[in-house]
Write a protein that binds this ligand. Sequence first.
Ligand SMILES: Nc1ncnc2c1ncn2[C@@H]1O[C@H](COP(=O)(O)OP(=O)(O)OP(=O)(O)O)[C@@H](O)[C@H]1O
Length: 305
Amino acid sequence: MSETPAITTRDLAKTYKDVRALDGVSLNLAPNRIYGLLGRNGAGKTTLMSILTGQNFADRGTAEIFGHTPFEHDPTLARLCFIRESQKYPDDFKVRQAFSAAAIFFENWNEQLAQDLVKAFNLPLNRRIKKLSRGQLSAVGVIIGMASRAEITFFDEPYLGLDAVARQIFYDRLVEDFAQHPRTIVLSSHLIDEVANLLEHVIVIDQGRIIIDSEAEDLQGAAVTVTGSAQKVEEFIAGYPVIHRDALGSLASISIRARLTAEQRARAQILGLELSPVSLQQLVVRSTLSSQSDREQTTERQAIK
Ligand SMILES: Nc1ncnc2c1ncn2[C@@H]1O[C@H](COP(=O)(O)OP(=O)(O)OP(=O)(O)O)[C@@H](O)[C@H]1O
């Protein structure tokens, strides 16, 4: 029998007044993997995570965590940790108290890891949380998310205000701890190239719909940008799905979804075309732009009818 997925959603939809935040989201996330949940501002990432952690409910569809609906289901909620950018702590709590409370709440809490991270992030334990800088506040969330060692941890853009050194500490320690204590991590981020190496699986959401749901490995080299004389570029890319087009006079630069063979690369060279890899960040940005323009065209077509 196959193992129970950590997270399953089927046709999940959520509308706030006139905003369709989620629009038919169906996903299967396996346990003990690191997932990236990527997308533009307002794409629906926080809404999805808040439904999965029982803090919000869907209008349609189902969401299950280890086979249970999380909403008001304490045994399931106890297996989760949700670190969000706008994390609230009780007024007048000191940093130390936030960690003591987390240690009681999360049954897999690891005090040693928490202490190591406090040192690594230079966090002042006796300072009141409301006096912390933005980056220090994020560090509190990152430490709770990591030291909780929850079976599923959701990090919703946890790095606001963290400097580049602190972010690198977060990434390095996450990978290190994950290797020894595998669990399911769902990380939402705008800093795509920065987190690309951490991710085992990439989910991209755009206007409430999933536009990419792929193994990170499969995305590497899955797209290529072809640049050169417009006519030759068009000839070369014929038949491939286009994810982005740029044109400047007689030149064109077109990104296509394709894994080119050595033969195709040689042909590009003969045609005088330049091939460049598309990074995960470019792939996400370009796929998002292309999905938006497809949607606009469909809407225009519907309006004309
Ligand atoms: N409580 C709410 N009331 C009305 N609209 C909402 C509410 N919460 C979210 N939305 C809208 O739903 C859409 C999805 O929001 P969500 O916060 O899930 O996006 P996100 O991908 O997390 O964005 P960001 O990356 O900017 O945090 C947005 O258009 C947002 O304005």
